[in-house]
Every structure is written in C-alpha cells, then in structure tokens.
Design a protein around this ligand. Structure first.
Ligand SMILES: [Mg+2]
Length: 186
C-alpha cells in the first residue's frame, strides 16, 4: 500500500479503519440524549458523540467523561466485527512499528486485537486522553512514544472520518483516508 511505504511509523484509527464494529450507535446516542435532557444540558448541533461529551465535560461536569465511558463499554463490549482484510494483511506481514489511536474503549480494542492476533506498539484509546478526536492529544502521545515529536512527518495516520484528519492536521502528521486505500470489510 503505497501511502504507507513512505513512512517509518504508522498509526491507525480503529473502528471502520482496521475493523468495523457492529455497535448500535443509535442506542448510544439515545442514552446521550437522555443524559443531556436529565441534566438540562444543551447539545450543540453538528457535533459527533465524543465531541458532544467533551463539550459537556468542559462546560458542565467533567464526570460525564466517566459516565459516557460506561455507556460506550456497555454497547461495545462483546460486539461482533468485520475485518479490513487487505489492511490487516499488510500489518501481519510488516515489521514497521505501528499504533492505534481510537475513540473506542481500550478493553474493546484489546479484545478484538487478541482475536486478530495483532499487537501494536501502543494503543491510545478513550481512557488515555482528556479530549477525544478531533483533538490531536492522542497523536502527540504516539509521537512521544516513538520519540519523533520533532519529526511528525515520519508518522502517517490512517482513518475514516474528518475528525481523524483534523487530529492529524493539528499534529502535523500526514493523513490518509482508509477509503482511498481500497477499504474492504469482510
Ligand atoms: Mg473510525
């Protein structure tokens, strides 16, 4: 996969990039709507799930982060998933150090990786950052882990969403959409 070849370190989003998790995100949203309503919090239009939670944490109550983690865990836990076979095949064969930067729960990621028999150098999950994507906090941790904070161009980040791209842009890390690698989930 050409875009990957020019980089010494790789990092990937998880859901809809390496695998596609079968999670009922509609139900997760319903719980979030309920939470906002119960607390009379305002939900900003156009924000994704994690962005809405991060906004509520900074505007209203930081404890919402932990509460949302419990909701996420409830719906993600034990979910079935399909695989991005071509990309996973590249990872299986390659010796390039690689990382995962995801808004999903760490336990979910670890359990799926165990099934796939894959071990990245570092996993940055929901629990590991104060602010989720589009914040670049997680990518900064990955750059630090690989000791390339001053050379972010050595890393590539591959993801499926505009929030992935925004995180990469803020960290000066080159970005590539997984869709352009020829995404295929089986
Ligand atoms: Mg994704």
């Amino acid at each position: 996969m050409k875009p990957l070849q020019n980089h010494k370190y790789w990092s990937f989003d998880f859901d809809r990039t390496l695998v596609e998790m079968q999670v009922d995100w509609g139900m997760v949203w319903d719980e979030v709507f309920k939470l906002f309503k119960e607390n009379s919090w305002e939900l900003s239009e156009g924000l994704g799930l994690h962005e809405s939670i991060d906004e509520a944490a900074s505007k209203y109550d930081v404890r919402v982060k932990k509460h949302f983690h419990d909701i996420l865990q409830k719906y993600e836990s034990g979910c079935s998933f399909t695989r991005n076979i071509p990309l996973l095949a590249v990872l299986e064969k390659s010796s390039v150090p690689w990382a995962i930067f995801s808004n999903n729960c760490k336990g979910t990621i670890l359990s799926i990786l165990e099934t796939l028999d894959l071990s990245p150098s570092i996993i940055v999950a929901y629990e590991d950052v104060q602010t989720c994507k589009p914040s670049s906090e997680g990518l900064e941790l990955i750059l630090k882990h690989f000791s390339i904070e001053s050379e972010p161009e050595k890393l590539i980040f591959v993801g499926d969403k505009v929030t992935d791209k925004k995180a990469a842009d803020s960290a000066d890390v080159p970005f590539f959409y997984v869709q352009d690698l020829g995404e295929k989930f089986i």
